[in-house]
Design a protein around this ligand. Sequence first.
Ligand code: ATP
Ligand code: MG
Length: 180
Amino acid sequence: MKLKSLEIAGFKSFANKTTISFTDGLTAIVGPNGSGKSNVIEAIRWVLGEQSSKTLRGTKMSDVIFSGSSTHNPVNRAEVKLTLDNSDQYINSSYSEIIITRRLYRSGESQYLINNSECRLKDINNLFMDTGMGLGSFSIISQGSVEDIFNSKPEDRRSIIETAAGVYKYKQQKHDANLK
Ligand code: ATP
Ligand code: MG
């Protein structure tokens, strides 16, 4: 499984549709301060279902919608689309290409799609659970999080190891079954 491309439109500093293609090997994004490098990573977090506006450096979720600049008017919708190559079936889905889309409108309406079909946030969470790519996994390591792992309490560190080992999914299913 690997990232194929990321399409960002109306999200944070990306007023116009911007596509980043990930070719084989390493991709590095470079640019001056404030040019939107962190916004690219936040777009990936967001499309994977991030619900915390604080994690995205905002106070409310609509802060992710492009709010205008000296050259562009504000827009009414943020959209991020992440395309994954799943030809190795690493993600438990029959699709060899998986496209995840998230949209948010100023009206508050929001949409999640898997391969252009509308779905629930839960479906996206389930798709990535225990793949090592979902939220709470370690595919995105932000500044300071390495120190957090070293400095965390033993029980918190245990949960980090459980997530990395793929046990978390079963704990979550047990928790859900107990609620039924
Ligand atoms: P650094 O090198 O300092 O880490 P960076 O390349 O990571 O910088 P970002 O933090 O990704 O830069 O981008 C910050 C820019 O994004 C700021 O100029 C900010 O005004 C802009 N920005 C954030 N949210 C929005 C929004 N909703 N609408 C318009 N611009 C936004
Ligand atoms: Mg940055």
